[in-house]
Design a protein around this ligand. Structure first.
Ligand SMILES: NC(=O)c1ccc[n+]([C@@H]2O[C@H](COP(=O)([O-])OP(=O)(O)OC[C@H]3O[C@@H](n4cnc5c(N)ncnc54)[C@H](O)[C@@H]3O)[C@@H](O)[C@H]2O)c1
Ligand SMILES: O=P(O)(O)OC[C@H](O)CO
Length: 325
């Protein structure tokens, strides 16, 4: 199975490195021809994945037509760009493995829904989980969820993507896998705020647990399964992203907690912090689904510039309730 990877940011490049394990050929599409050129000539991607020597069997391209010869495509652009980029790709009946984490602004569609609408003949899979790109690219042990409704394809993709340090766990719950990855980014911003404002480890653990309850309520309402939300792509990724400044979302929250504005913090970065885009869409989608998500709502208010003390005070002052509610 010839693998093509769409998007040469940190995660696309790391996944190309995994798929190139054992010198298997992989084609990596970069939007910027200069990034493709650098990868082909130096076998490195210093802009997005510094200090990693890439396999020479990764061939970078910047012409979408070059992906026509591939058997399966991993989609790894920022979530808000997936629709525009996939519209230019020669997809047909090639399986699309969605690796971006987010919900599309405006339409409130999950990335899988965006892909299905554009390429109805392409089978869909989702690869998601606790995966800092630099660790994966460095060959550190990692496990992910690989979701696909078609058993034969699920098996074939798992076998092709697995490497000695990279272990996919299979499920048919595509929606559950997508929702965990999208929502954990919003919650990670909240945990970063807790860190930046010095609110303590108890508050961070409370936010992770109550945030997970929100993720589960929303995921079940959208047709995901509890076991997936409690797995690698949900709880696993939530714990990772809520625990480390290696996370762009957590770091954004740290800045907010220290009193900087979201506009300033986002203007400062080249790389994507998906939670900032997902939070306002999730607020609308939760209202539409009739799901109460107070922690995610608090993150929206913080991104809009509300004061940390006021937002945390309002969260704590909500009426007392049973834990299972
Ligand atoms: N970095 C990680 O550790 C990691 C791990 C798992 C999943 N993800 C997810 O993968 C997706 C991509 O993240 P990343 O870390 O590779 O991002 P990144 O910030 O490292 O790179 C973004 C890439 O997308 C390209 N890009 C930006 N805007 C674009 C547009 N409008 N059209 C086409 N291309 C565009 C950039 O040129 C760059 O190549 C995100 O949804 C992220 O949540 C990231
Ligand atoms: O750096 P973040 O916050 O985008 O997180 C990266 C990955 O999604 C972690 O699994």
């Amino acid at each position: 199975m010839r693998i093509g990877v769409i998007g040469a940011g940190a995660w696309g490049t790391a996944l190309a490195q995994v798929a190139a394990h054992g010198n298997r050929p992989v084609r990596l599409w970069a939007r910027d021809p200069a990034v493709a050129e650098a990868i082909n000539t130096t076998h490195a991607n210093p802009l997005y994945l510094p200090n990693i020597a890439l396999s020479p069997s990764i061939e970078a391209v910047s012409d979408p037509a070059a992906m026509a010869e591939m058997d399966a495509l991993l989609v790894v652009t920022p979530a808000q760009a997936v629709g525009a980029v996939l519209a230019t790709m020669p997809v047909g009946t090639k399986p699309l493995v969605l690796c971006s984490k987010g919900i599309e602004a405006g339409t409130r569609r999950l990335v899988g829904e965006v892909a299905r609408a554009l390429h109805p003949d392409a089978p869909i899979a989702v690869l998601s989980g606790p995966t800092f790109a630099h660790e994966v690219a460095a060959g550190l042990p990692t496990a992910v969820t690989l979701a696909c409704e078609e058993p034969e394809l699920r098996k074939a993709l798992s076998a092709r993507i697995a490497a000695p340090h990279f272990r996919p766990y299979a499920t048919d719950d595509v929606t559950g896998a997508e929702i965990g990855g999208a929502i954990k980014n919003v919650l990670a911003i909240g945990c970063g705020v807790v860190e930046g404002a010095g609110l303590g480890q108890n508050a961070r653990a409370a936010l992770i647990a109550r945030g997970f309850a929100e993720m589960t309520r929303f995921g079940l309402a959208r047709g995901g399964r509890a076991e997936t939300l409690a797995g690698l792509s949900g709880l696993g990724d939530l714990v990772l992203t809520c625990s480390s400044t290696a996370s762009r979302n957590f770091s954004l929250g740290v800045g907010l907690g220290q009193g900087r504005s979201a506009a300033d913090l986002l203007a400062d970065r080249r790389t994507v912090a998906e939670g900032a885009f997902t939070a306002p869409v999730l607020r609308q989608a939760a209202a539409e689904a009739g799901v109460d998500m107070p922690v995610c709502e608090a993150v929206c208010r913080l991104l809009e510039g509300a004061a940390v003390g006021e937002v945390i005070g309002a969260l704590l002052a909500r009426p007392l309730k049973a834990e299972g509610q």
